[in-house]
Design a protein around this ligand. Structure first.
Ligand SMILES: O=C(O)CCC(=O)C(=O)O
Length: 233
């Protein structure tokens, strides 16, 4: 219980939460207002720059709860002055019913911390986050052994990962949306994405390759009767 029920209710009372798209548009070409960016069909994001101040201050109450984790993460690599770190991203997003999976991606090529705060329980069916465990280390043996896992998290918990980790939000096969908050923290000296246009393309290709490897891995796991958190899509 990192985030208590009353704070989750306060988040759900914000203007931005209430304005969130909750369904696919009638016609695929229709878009919600320009403040909402789409990262895959049916997955809508709004960044703090497009939120009102009072909404941001509610979300910053969530940040206060996760801050010890952020400090601990950067302290591990010897950062003791948190002025070297900044919040590179704060966004709210909703994966509406019928949304499709994102492509695999990482948030930064340098070490940073990404934290997802579920506003409803995350599962494999409703579009939970899938991570390629160990991919921040580029240790291929570890990645092959661990495969892709889906974050199952109740409301109140948070999911945190090194921002170099390949991950994606899965498609939502349920009748309800899957809203969440995302906080990212990086060193001021290594802001995301940490690579230029060519690097981004290479990154996308590597992620695509990992997707294929992971899909094969997931198929093998399914054949072996492993549980659903290894679902490949
Ligand atoms: O929706 C999710 O679970 C992941 C979202 C994400 O990775 C992103 O927007 O960069």
């Amino acid at each position: 219980m990192v985030v208590d029920e009353s704070l989750v209710s306060a988040v759900k009372a914000t203007e931005v939460y209430r304005a969130m798209p909750t369904a696919q548009p009638e016609r695929p070409r229709d878009k919600p207002s320009k403040e909402w960016r789409r990262s895959s069909l049916g997955r809508y994001h709004r960044r703090e720059e497009a939120m009102c101040e009072s909404d941001v201050s509610v979300l910053e109450r969530v940040e206060q709860r996760i801050w010890p984790l952020v400090e601990g993460f950067f302290r591990e690599e010897g950062v003791h002055d948190m002025r070297a770190i900044y919040r590179s991203e704060l966004q709210i997003l909703n994966a509406v019913p019928g949304s499709v999976s994102q492509t695999w991606h990482s948030d930064n090529r340098s070490r940073g911390l990404s934290i997802i705060v579920p506003l409803v329980p995350f599962s494999a069916a409703n579009g939970g986050t899938q991570v390629l465990v160990g991919s921040h280390t580029y240790d291929w043996a570890l990645i092959a052994r661990e495969g892709a896992r889906v974050v199952h998290a109740p409301v109140g918990a948070v999911a945190a990962y090194d921002s170099r980790t390949y991950h994606r939000g899965l498609g939502n096969e349920t009748e309800e949306g899957r809203p969440a908050l995302i906080f990212c923290y990086d060193r001021i000296s290594s802001p995301p994405p940490g690579c230029g246009v060519l690097g981004t393309l290479a990154n996308a290709n590597l992620a695509g390759l990992l997707n294929v490897v992971s899909a094969g891995w997931n198929a093998a796991c399914a054949a072996a009767g492993f549980d659903e958190d290894r679902r490949g899509v």
